[in-house]
Write a protein of this length. Structure first.
Ligand code: NI
Length: 148
């Protein structure tokens, strides 16, 4: 039994109703996606999204040892102080950062890719530092052993 099935089984022991407040543009996008993917209800789409989030988190938690990783993220460059905070966060991992690229995506958004090599837990730590900053909209972490 895989992790996904395990989580599904645990969840099937009972349903709990929750109330969640979301920005309407976020909900509209989510509804568009679940409609396109053929979900029968918004609840089912949300359950699957939460399962995917848990699986990804648990996978990240298990990563350890020497790895190569990329952290990509999108952020609002008009957010006061955010550029400095991102630079500051990266400076805590300067031995591990091999390269970083910045793209001015449009009037509002900047996109950055940071390539790191080193202890998986430290790569994840920087991704989490970046994720916690206000104005950062999306963070994606990938890691690979790649024979190192
Ligand atoms: Ni920029």
């Amino acid at each position: 039994m895989g992790i996904k099935e395990g989580i599904k089984m645990e969840e099937e022991q009972g349903l709990t109703r929750i109330g969640v407040s979301l920005p309407s543009n976020l909900l509209n996008k989510f509804d568009g996606i679940i409609r396109g993917r053929g979900y029968s209800s918004r609840s089912e789409g949300i359950r699957d999204a939460i399962r995917a989030y848990i699986v990804e988190y648990e996978w990240m938690e298990r990563e350890e040892g020497e790895e190569i990783g990329t952290i990509t993220y999108l952020y609002d460059h008009s957010q006061r102080g955010l550029g400095d905070e991102l630079t500051e966060a990266q400076h805590h991992y300067l031995d591990m950062i091999k390269t970083a690229t910045h793209i001015h995506l449009d009037e509002e958004n900047c996109f950055e890719v940071v390539v790191m090599r080193g202890e998986a837990k430290k790569i994840k730590e920087l991704a989490e530092d970046i994720m916690s900053l206000k104005g950062v909209k999306h963070v994606k972490l990938t890691t690979t052993h790649g024979g190192i």
